[in-house]
Design a protein around this ligand. Structure first.
Ligand SMILES: Cc1cc2nc3c(=O)[nH]c(=O)nc-3n(C[C@H](O)[C@H](O)[C@H](O)COP(=O)(O)OP(=O)(O)OC[C@H]3O[C@@H](n4cnc5c(N)ncnc54)[C@H](O)[C@@H]3O)c2cc1C
Length: 511
C-alpha cells in the first residue's frame, strides 16, 4: 500500500495567518516526527500588519495550543472586547451594541426576543442592549471575567481580544519554532508545478534555494502566490454588496482609558474603527473610493483620532470576495490569500481558524482526495457567504438618509439568501438554520433591533403570560445587570491588576 501520510507541509507567509497555521499544524503533526512543517516568509515584503480585533473563538484557538491567556494578553499588549459598538449607523448620533452575549433569558419556555418584542411594542421595554450584560459592561467601560452560568442566564457572557497583529505573529512564531517549525527567510521567486499532476512541487527562492513539499499552505496575503498566481483558482467578487474597497490605517497614542469594545463609527462613505490596545490605539477608515478620495479619507482619519499619530496613514486597497476554492490540488489557502471580508465584525482571523479546522478535520494526506476537497470547498464557501450576508445587513439597514453612499447601500439589492433572512425575520422573528451557523440568532437580533426593526410577529405563547409578569421579569433583569455592572472593575483597573502589558507605551516622536 502507498504511504499516504504527509511528509512535508510548507507554509508560505509569516503574517497572522501563516503563524496561526504553523502553530496549529505543528500541534497536530509535531509529535509524529514523520511530518515536517516549514514556514517561509520574506521580511522584504513584510506583512499587512493590521487585524487587531477578534471574536471570542480566538480564545479557543489559544486554549487548544495550551497558551496561557494572561501571558498572551501581556505580550501582545491586548485588551478585552465585549462587543462592537455601532455609532451613527442608525442615523447621526445613534449608538447600539452587538454584544458577545445573549439578550435576556426565556420566560415560561418562550425565548426572550418574543416577549421583549411584545413589551417593546407596548412601549414598556428598554432598547435591547439593556438586557445584555456585555453591552452594559462595555457601555460603562468595565470588564470582568464571566462566571459560569449561575442559573441567571442573562449574567453569562463571552469576550474576545484586541491585540497588536505584529506582536501576535511574533508570539506565535516563537511558540511554533519552539514546538519544531522550521523557519526560512527568503522570497519565493518561482513556483514549480508537476508537469503531470499540476500540483505544486517546488518553491524556488531568490538565490536559487529550492523547497519541496507534499502540501502547501498559501498564506502569502492578497496576491495568493500559490493558489492564484500559480494555480489560477479564481476569485468570486462580492463588491456589488460590500462596496467599500479601501482602508487607511493609522495608530495613535492612547489618551483615554481603553474601551472594552471595538468602536465602529459610520462616516460619509464608510466607517472608522477604533481599537484600544494597552500601548496605543489602532484606527482605520474603511471606505468606498467612488465616494471618497484617499486624501479625504486620510484627512478624516487624522482629524478623528484621540492622540498624536504614531505613523503616517497607510493605504490598504482590497477587493471583497472569496477564492473559488480554499483547497485546490495540493494547495490550501488561508488569510488574505483566501479572500477578504472587511473587518466590520472582526471575522478574518476567525476565518483562518475555521479554515484550519476544515483542513485538520479532513485528515490531510499526501495524495489529494478530490471528494474531500470538494466537500471542504463547499462548506467553506457557505460559511463565508453566511458571514458576508451578516456584513451586508449592516449596510442594507443603515438609516443615514441623504448621504449618497449610504442611500445607495440602502437601496441595493442583496444576496438572495440575505433577502430571505430579512423577510423571515420581519414576518416571523425567526431565522433559517443556515443563517445562524456562526452569527447566532442573538447577533442578528442585535442588528435588527439596533436599527429599530422589530418583527411583525411574536410567539402567541407570550400572550399566555400576564403582561405584569413580563414587565416584572424585564425589570428584574435590568436590575440584575445594573448591579453586576456596578460591582465590576473598570476595564483599565482589571488590566492593571491582572495582565499589564510587557510592551512600553508608544509615544509619537514629535510629542
Ligand atoms: C484594513 C484591514 C483591517 C483588518 N482588520 C481586521 C480585524 O480587525 N480583525 C481581523 O480578524 N482581521 C482583520 N483584518 C484581516 C487580517 O489583517 C488578516 O486576516 C491577517 O492579518 C492575515 O493576514 P495574512 O497573514 O493572510 O497576510 P499578510 O499579513 O499580508 O502576510 C503575508 C505574508 O506572506 C509573505 N509573502 C508574500 N509574498 C511572498 C513571497 N514571494 N515569498 C515569501 N513570502 C512572501 C509576506 O512576507 C508575509 O509574511 C484586516 C485586514 C485589513 C486589510
Amino acid at each position: 500500500m502507498t504511504d499516504n501520510r504527509l511528509r512535508s507541509i510548507v507554509i508560505v507567509g509569516g503574517g497572522t495567518a501563516g503563524w496561526m497555521a504553523a502553530a496549529a499544524l505543528i500541534e497536530r503533526f509535531g509529535a509524529n516526527r514523520h511530518t515536517r512543517v516549514t514556514l517561509v516568509e520574506s521580511p522584504e515584503i513584510g506583512t499587512v500588519g493590521v487585524g487587531e480585533a477578534t471574536v471570542p473563538h480566538i480564545r479557543e484557538f489559544l486554549k487548544h495550543l495550551k497558551i496561557n491567556e494572561v501571558d498572551f494578553v501581556r505580550r501582545t499588549s491586548a485588551t478585552f472586547k465585549l462587543a462592537i459598538g455601532f455609532e451613527g449607523w442608525a442615523g447621526v448620533g445613534s449608538q447600539f451594541f452587538h454584544p458577545f452575549s445573549e439578550h435576556g433569558v426565556p420566560l415560561s419556555g418562550t425565548s426572550f426576543q418574543h416577549y421583549w418584542v411584545k413589551a417593546r411594542q407596548l412601549g414598556k421595554a428598554d432598547v435591547i442592549d439593556r438586557y445584555a450584560l456585555s453591552s452594559e459592561l462595555a457601555r460603562a467601560g468595565k470588564f470582568a471575567v464571566p462566571k459560569s452560568n449561575d442559573g441567571k442566564g442573562f449574567l453569562y457572557f463571552n469576550y474576545a481580544l484586541h491585540f497588536d497583529a505584529t506582536l501576535v505573529a511574533r508570539y506565535l512564531k516563537s511558540w511554533s519554532m519552539t514546538a519544531g517549525v522550521r523557519h526560512i527567510e527568503g522570497k519565493v521567486a518561482n513556483v514549480l508545478l508537476n508537469g503531470e499532476s499540476g500540483n505544486v512541487e517546488t518553491l524556488e527562492l531568490d538565490g536559487g534555494r529550492q523547497i519541496t513539499g507534499d502540501l502547501f499552505i498559501d498564506c502569502s496575503g492578497f496576491q495568493g502566490l500559490l493558489i492564484e498566481k500559480a494555480l489560477n483558482t479564481g476569485y468570486e467578487d462580492w463588491s456589488q454588496w460590500l462596496p467599500c474597497d479601501r482602508a487607511v490605517a493609522m495608530p495613535c497614542e492612547s489618551r483615554s482609558a481603553p474601551a472594552s469594545y471595538t468602536r465602529s463609527i459610520a462616516g460619509s462613505a464608510g466607517w472608522q474603527w477604533r481599537i484600544p490596545l494597552q500601548h496605543r490605539v489602532g484606527n482605520g477608515y474603511v471606505y468606498c473610493s467612488r465616494y471618497l478620495s484617499d486624501d479625504e479619507a486620510a484627512a478624516t482619519l487624522r482629524q478623528g483620532v484621540e492622540g498624536p499619530a504614531l505613523a503616517e496613514p497607510r493605504l490598504l486597497p482590497f477587493r471583497t470576495g472569496v477564492r473559488r476554492k480554499i483547497w485546490n490540488r495540493n494547495v490550501f489557502c488561508l488569510g488574505l490569500a483566501s479572500g477578504f471580508l472587511e473587518p466590520l465584525e472582526s471575522t478574518s482571523i476567525y476565518l483562518v481558524q475555521r479554515g484550519l479546522q476544515y483542513l485538520l478535520g479532513s485528515f490531510p494526506q499526501a495524495i489529494p482526495n478530490e471528494a474531500l476537497q470538494d466537500n471542504v470547498n463547499q462548506r467553506n464557501h457557505a460559511h463565508w457567504s453566511h458571514i458576508r450576508d451578516f456584513l451586508v445587513l449592516h449596510y442594507k439597514l443603515n438609516q443615514r438618509t441623504g448621504e449618497p453612499f449610504w442611500d445607495e447601500c440602502r437601496h441595493m439589492s442583496v444576496p438572495h439568501s440575505l433577502a430571505g433572512t430579512i423577510h423571515l425575520f420581519r414576518e416571523t422573528g425567526r431565522f433559517r438554520q443556515e443563517a445562524i451557523e456562526f452569527f447566532r440568532a442573538s447577533s442578528w437580533l442585535a442588528m435588527f433591533a439596533g436599527f429599530g426593526i422589530l418583527p411583525r410577529y411574536y410567539s402567541p405563547s407570550v400572550d399566555d403570560v400576564p403582561e405584569a409578569d413580563i414587565f416584572k421579569e424585564l425589570a428584574n433583569m435590568s436590575a440584575g445587570i445594573a448591579s453586576t455592572v456596578a460591582k465590576a472593575p473598570t476595564h483599565e483597573e482589571f488590566i492593571r491588576a491582572n495582565c499589564p502589558s510587557t510592551i512600553p507605551v508608544q509615544v509619537a516622536s514629535n510629542s
